[in-house]
Design a protein around this ligand. Structure first.
Ligand code: BES
Ligand code: ZN
Ligand code: ZN
Length: 490
């Protein structure tokens, strides 16, 4: 547990102080610390370069106190996300030092906004400190941390940033909700538990949740979704979440549709074991929309937002769908299934049709761990986006600049659409080896009925094989914050 607050006084008996510095400007109004800094600079041990740290100590009133110097680079090049990264990194120092009460001496800022600094520091600390260790029976090594942001070095009144810290804490917790859902193993996180978690969070944060069972999904004619689900003993669930913050404007309704494969074996087009062992993360899109709904409801944003998750498991049994099958869909199009591992798009198209036809969505965002090709194209750094509406995409870019979750628009030329036309049905569920992320996105685009639409492929960004910046190994919680910021902009 980490608790971050703003507190301008240094008076608390902290065990550790963090002093962030800009390169070439290593000084604070304290002679002892300044002497240490001078010495470190002369010996090239700490110069304030971005992301560098140095642990030191000082004696204050007879007590030894740890001091962590944290390099921020040049103030000119600073961004909120760089602040997040720097503070995400300093968590490792706090772990090494076994700190429990920490004070951050905020820097004097010449150009950069203190609000952005405080936001970045809070989010970096909380997201960087995250651990999923509930299944470890070893004595918990992660200690509780209390962090105060404050200090006399800065040139602004800090009280005004209490609300910034509060919102940054909330946003980080939204991301952590998504991380926790994804990190939960697939033997536990089956579709019914994902639905139960949505219900629980709906009660906690104040959004409406309706869960439809197998019979209701059948009545809705969600044939594509059902075909993916039918190989598993775990019943599929259609999870619908609603927040009506603008009831007078009923026609305006943003739908967030998240891929909710609680496990993806690939089905009869079986995945190799080395690609399968992370597939509990195939509900990362669902986790993102659930996390976003928690934020949207908590802040009671004045927008109408509905989130839809078609939750199921892509498993193998005598009842599973097979390569070559031709299946229907709620939207009415027939689909030739050439690869049972391209299952996400099948569940998503029915969820999109449901959102438009039954929930009155006027614009749609889908978010999904959809293609390995997204990892090939963009790595774990950026989410690939396919859209039919540039104005919508511009808002996504604005949201991205607020959260640091990078997005990149891929081309959606007509030529790519030809690749998913089937010879014997309306569409086929794979477009061949080329442009896999684009053709997967455009497959979903076939079902959006001319609504403004964004498709976010988070296959690369939802999961990390090893820790990067403020994201530990495992689930990143990608999407929760950007969807919240996007909803606020629509
Ligand atoms: N869930 C996977 C995509 C994925 C891959 C997510 C790696 C996260 C990391 C998806 O269902 C899938 O298997 N896609 C296939 C599509 C192919 C058969 C056209 C893929 O990417 O190989
Ligand atoms: Zn798959
Ligand atoms: Zn999948």
């Amino acid at each position: 547990m980490i608790k971050v607050t703003i507190n301008k006084k240094v008076c608390r008996e902290v065990d550790t102080i963090i002093f962030p510095f800009f390169e070439g400007n290593l000084s604070i109004p304290n002679e002892e610390v300044n002497n240490t800094l001078k010495r470190l600079e002369e010996r090239d041990q700490f110069k304030g370069a971005f992301g560098t740290t140095f642990n030191s100590t000082r004696t204050k009133d007879g007590r030894v106190q740890d001091i962590v110097f944290l390099g921020l680079g040049k103030e000119d090049g600073l961004t909120v996300d760089k602040v997040r990264k720097a503070f995400g990194k300093v968590i490792k120092n706090l772990e090494t030092l076994k700190s429990s009460e920490v004070f951050v001496g905020l820097p004097y800022l010449e150009k950069f906004e203190m609000a952005g600094f405080v936001k970045g520091a809070t989010e970096g600390l909380i997201l960087g400190a995250y651990k999923f260790d509930k299944y470890s029976t070893e004595e918990k090594k992660a200690k509780d941390l209390i962090v105060d942001l404050g200090g006399h070095r800065c040139n602004v009144e800090l009280d005004q940033f209490e609300a910034v810290v509060e919102e940054a804490v909330m946003l980080s917790e939204g991301t952590i909700i998504a991380r926790d859902l994804v990190n939960e193993p697939a033997n536990i996180m089956i579709p019914s538990l994902l639905a139960d978690e949505a219900v629980r969070l709906g009660k906690e944060f104040g959004f409406e949740v309706e869960v439809k069972d197998l019979k209701e999904i059948e009545e809705l004619g969600m044939e594509a979704f059902l075909n993916v689900a039918k190989g598993s003993i775990n019943e599929p669930k259609l999870i619908v979440m609603r927040h009506f913050g603008e009831p007078d404007n009923k026609d305006k309704r943003l739908a967030l549709v998240g891929k909710g494969l609680t496990f993806d074996t690939g089905g009869y087009s079986l995945k190799p074991s080395t690609s399968m062992d992370t597939m509990k993360s195939d509900m990362g899109g669902a986790a993102a929309v659930i996390g976003a709904m928690c934020l949207i409801a908590q802040k009671n944003i004045k927008k109408n937002v509905v989130a839809v998750v078609a939750a199921c498991e892509n498993a193998i049994s005598g009842g599973s769908y097979k390569p070559g099958d031709i299946i229907g869909s709620m939207g009415g199009k027939n689909i030739e299934v050439l690869n049972t591992d391209a299952e996400g798009r099948l569940t998503l198209v029915d969820a999109v049709t449901y959102a438009i036809r039954k929930e009155g969505a006027s614009e749609v965002v889908d978010i999904a761990t959809l293609t390995g090709a997204a990892l090939v194209a963009l790595g774990t750094t950026a989410t690939g986006v396919v859209t039919n509406n540039d104005e919508f995409y511009n808002d996504l870019e604005k949201a991205s600049s607020l959260t640091g979750e990078k997005v990149w628009k891929l081309p959606a030329f007509e030529e790519y659409k030809k690749l998913i036309k089937s010879d014997i049905a309306d569409l086929k569920n794979v477009g061949g080896r080329h442009a896999g992320t684009i053709t997967a996105g455009l497959f979903i685009g076939e079902f959006v009925e001319d609504k403004p639409w964004l498709h976010l492929d988070i296959a690369g960004t939802a999961w990390l094989g090893s820790a990067v910046d403020y994201c530990p190994k495992g689930a990143t919680g990608e999407g929760a914050r950007i969807l919240y910021e996007l909803a606020k902009l629509r």
